[in-house]
Write a protein that binds this ligand. Structure first.
Ligand SMILES: Cc1ncc(COP(=O)(O)O)c(C=O)c1O
Length: 321
């Protein structure tokens, strides 16, 4: 029976694109403002592509693609995941295909420019999610007919392999705690396609790290987000042959504001606070809203007395396009 997270992950190859362990450091001025110890885990600074939680997932997914001897990877949508996947594919010597919604003229020029730099081959499809998926299927079928071994990526990287990356992050946190004696009573991060939270919660169960991982929903109502995290955490735990404790999944949907991808006033205030006190940039869609929760929980005494870890999942590129 394997016991530790490294034991559980040993069978799952990474592409070794990112620099880990992530930097974890104290936010001294924010800590003194909030009168509690606040630390940040800098997944915005892991040194590859556009950074953030997507490069974490890409590292494991492309590791899997390489282990399966894929020659090409394919996915849909113009997201931070697909742009980071394009960077990863380039660095691994794999071809990369992505099906984008709409037409070429509908695309954001900066997004197109980074896809082009990383050699991505772009396909366009007008229509809904099903139309995109059908087009991806036909692109993949035609690549296979040409003799390519195609590895298809989940659009947000949030399948069980992608979620392993955050099982690994939990281990980095555990090691930090062991080295420094700083044990986090709470961790706060943004949750959407669920890979980040599913991985952290499974990691927490394997490592028996006593903490509350609080996923701040970027979009869905809490019951729907809980279900998404639960299903992915179950399949991630199963992949590792371990048990999930669903009681560890905590989702708060109180900071979505007027909806996904719409900046909120609280998020803007939190982003400004992080920037002016600590020089740390946050984005309005994900990390800004998670930081709004961190400030609110602190100010309203919703954390216990222990140190709190803010997981910076990246997204800074979203500040520019
Ligand atoms: C910057 C950033 N933070 C957090 C998230 C949410 O992570 P997950 O999709 O793994 O739930 C995303 C997802 O797109 C993201 O881009």
């Amino acid at each position: 029976m394997t016991n530790t997270i490294p034991d559980c992950l040993v069978a799952h190859q990474r592409a070794n694109l990112i620099q880990i362990p992530a930097i974890i450091h104290k936010l001294p001025r924010l800590s003194s403002r909030l009168r509690r110890e606040i630390y940040v885990l800098r997944d915005d600074l892991t040194g590859f592509g556009l950074g953030g939680n997507k490069t974490r997932k890409v590292d494991f997914l492309l590791g899997d693609a390489l282990a399966l001897k894929a020659t090409t990877v394919a996915t849909t949508k113009a997201t931070s995941f697909s742009r980071n996947a394009a960077a990863g594919a380039a660095a691994c010597g794999l071809s990369f295909h992505v099906v984008l919604p709409g037409t070429e003229s509908d695309q954001n020029p900066l997004s197109q420019s980074v896809f082009a730099k990383w050699g991505a081959q772009l396909h366009y499809e007008i229509g809904d999610k099903t139309a995109l998926e059908n087009r991806l299927e036909s692109v993949v079928a035609s690549l296979r007919d040409q003799g390519e071994d195609v590895y298809v990526l989940h659009p947000g990287g949030s399948d069980a392999i992608g979620a392993l990356s955050y099982v690994s992050v939990l281990n980095e946190i555990r090691e930090f705690s062991e080295r420094t004696g700083v044990h986090f009573s709470h961790m706060v991060h943004s949750t959407s396609s669920a890979g980040t939270q599913a991985g952290l919660v499974v990691g927490q169960c394997i490592a028996n790290y006593e903490t509350q991982v609080i996923g701040i929903s970027a979009s869905r109502p809490a019951p729907d987000q809980f279900e998404l995290v639960y299903e992915l955490a179950q399949s991630t735990a199963q992949l590792l042959g371990r048990q999930l404790d669903p009681g560890k999944i905590i989702v708060d949907d109180g900071f979505v504001g007027s909806g996904y991808a719409h900046a909120s006033k609280e998020g803007e205030i939190a982003s400004q606070t992080f920037a002016e006190l600590e020089g740390v940039l946050l984005d309005p869609v994900y990390t800004g809203k998670a930081a709004a929760a961190l400030l609110d929980y602190s100010e309203n005494e919703r954390f216990g007395g222990g140190p709190v870890l803010f997981i910076h999942t990246g997204g800074n590129a979203g500040l520019y396009y």
